[in-house]
Design a protein around this ligand. Structure first.
Ligand code: G16
Length: 543
């Protein structure tokens, strides 16, 4: 009878014949008008995944940093992490099965995974503020009910909030309470405990300007504010009341354009940050008295956090292995600083938090950040236990105990399930307050190499294949050789290209000793991509 129900319901969410979509860096993502059938089918898939794991699964409807007219879906596994790669394959099969083949595709997954269809299923659903998100999340709920699964609709939430709920639910509350209030309470209590360790913090230092990207993050910051008890005083800009989502604002705009968002009042020297459209990324910045813009991206955030943690570990006398995980986009200066000055282990993975998250799990403490501001910190079970033992040891001296308690509250302010702009913001604000550090002092830890990111349109971006954590292109023929030759013409230079997994473009990254050099290298490499990988439209122009 379930078959009939699926057939009946799926005819309400038909797949346009011939449409093929790939599971990208963080799920399916494209213009919202192509996504109704995808959402219904991801509801089906999440239900199967829930039956298979005997746990609650999450489905988030969002296209994060993409423009308002796009949408997408992110699938969340039991511990709050991104869905496991094997199931990304099933997601693609199910998404692309023609209408008449849907039941067969579904049965194929059930058989391959030996899923017990009489097992109960639970799916948590959330959505961002896009105008298309309401009907698309309804399509997900329809998919869940077609297979007889239970669902809970959290409505408007940030992506990391939904990840958090899933983890709380599946740990029977050990990670926290699976409610929005519970989330604010846990994070804000930890933040307030941490800031008690800051001496003489003035109101000026407690002030932060936040660019909400006209998205869900803005709504949630507003909701959280009262829990902060003025220990953090936020001026919120781009709160969605007039501007368009991610348009000339938000973390992706600020990072890629290397300039402040529109819609924010920025006074020289003042600390500001920007969220992205689903509040899983954050970048900081300020302008100096000469009006020059200074960006503190994911690399600077990783450095600040890992320095803080390393100091606490030393004070606590704990021997735990700490590492920082980055991607090819990490500024060369950050990698040098982390390896040579801070002497921490640095790993490089492919783009996509799922890869960084996985690599970070190999260490006692894994700090992972993409340069675009997506990241968090993972603590192993052993690390958490050792910290707790120390904090509770009656024979321990005060300094070690204080450090252990700071580590405990640090763990509690962090959302370990995924990068979380709100949680990262609270952690960064607490660290700056405790260390009595200004944003300028933080910025001065190391100087970024000038860099440039560009996009190139090609007819099929899949012609580009990469290796070595995306740092080298293996196809099309001749492209890597061309890049190597161009890089040699510049000092301290590095460049790579990769197909985006969220937009229909090829991304180009270049860094070099001067901005002029980075700009011209990025342009030259863009031209090579355009010529060798089937560029469409006008040839890339110099900056
Ligand atoms: C997603 C992923 C990130 C990735 C970004 C850009 O972020 O979660 O890990 O860095 O896309 O990916 P790509 O370069 O492949 O387009 P978000 O915030 O857009 O969900």
């Amino acid at each position: 009878e379930k078959q009939e129900e699926v057939s009946k319901q799926s005819s309400q969410h038909p797949k346009p014949a011939g449409l093929v979509l790939q599971y990208g860096t963080a799920g399916f993502r494209t213009n919202a008008k192509h996504l109704d059938h995808i959402m219904f089918r991801m509801g089906l898939l999440a239900t199967l995944r829930s039956k298979k794991t005997k746990a609650t699964i999450g489905v988030m409807v969002t296209a994060s940093h993409n423009p308002e007219e796009d949408n997408g879906v992110k699938l969340i596994d039991p511990m709050g992490e991104m869905v496991t790669p094997a199931w990304e394959g099933y997601a693609t099969q199910l998404a692309n099965a023609e209408q008449g083949d849907l039941l067969t595709a579904l049965k194929d997954i059930i058989e391959k995974e030996s899923i017990n269809m009489s097992q109960e299923a639970n799916v948590f659903v959330g959505k961002d503020t896009r105008s298309s998100s309401a009907s698309l999340s309804q399509a997900v709920l329809d998919g869940v009910s077609a297979l007889g699964g239970h669902s809970k609709d959290y409505g408007l939430v940030t992506t990391p909030q939904l990840h958090y709920m899933v983890c709380c639910q599946n740990t029977q509350g050990k990670y926290g309470e699976a409610t929005i209030e519970g989330y604010y309470r846990k994070l804000c209590q930890a933040f307030i405990q941490l800031t008690k360790n800051a001496s003489n913090c003035t109101d000026d230092q407690k002030h932060l300007s936040v660019d909400g990207a006209n998205g869900i993050g803005a709504l949630k910051v507003r909701e959280m504010e009262s829990h902060l008890r003025r220990e953090l005083q936020i001026s919120l800009f781009n709160d969605g009341s007039k501007g368009k989502l991610n348009h000339q604002c938000g973390a992706d705009f600020v990072k890629v354009q290397q300039k402040p968002p529109t819609g924010i009042n920025i006074n020289p020297g003042e600390r500001c940050c920007s969220f992205d459209g689903d509040a899983d990324r954050i970048v900081y910045y300020y302008t100096d008295s000469d009006g020059q813009f200074h960006l503190l991206d994911g690399d600077k955030i990783a450095t600040l956090i890992s320095t803080f943690l390393k100091e606490l570990l030393t004070q606590a006398g704990l021997d735990l292995k700490i590492a920082v995980v980055q991607t090819a986009y990490a500024n060369g200066s950050s990698t040098h600083y982390l390896e040579d000055t801070m002497k921490v282990i640095v790993r490089c993975t492919k783009t996509g938090v799922k890869h960084l998250h996985h690599a970070a799990q190999e260490f006692d403490i894994g700090v992972y950040f993409e340069a675009n501001g997506h990241g968090t910190v993972l603590f192993s079970k052993v690390a958490e236990e050792k910290i707790q033992q120390l904090a509770e040891d009656p024979n321990m001296n005060d300094e070690r105990k204080r450090a252990a308690r700071l580590l405990q509250n640090t763990i509690n302010v962090i959302n370990q399930t995924v990068g979380d702009a709100i949680s990262d913001m609270l952690l960064i604000e607490a660290i700056l307050a405790i260390r009595g550090m200004t944003v300028q002092q933080w910025d001065a830890i190391y100087s970024d190499l000038p860099n440039r990111q560009l996009k190139v349109k090609v007819s099929d971006r899949r012609v580009i294949d990469t290796t070595d954590a995306e740092r080298r292109a293996v196809s099309p023929a001749g492209l890597q050789e061309a890049i190597d030759t161009l890089v040699k013409k510049h000092r301290l230079a590095r460049s790579f290209v990769r197909p985006s997994g969220t937009e229909d473009v090829v991304r180009v990254y270049a860094e070099a000793e001067t901005q002029e050099s980075a700009d011209s290298l990025a342009h030259e490499v863009s031209l090579a991509v355009y010529r060798l990988a089937g560029g469409v439209g006008d040839e890339p122009k110099p900056l």
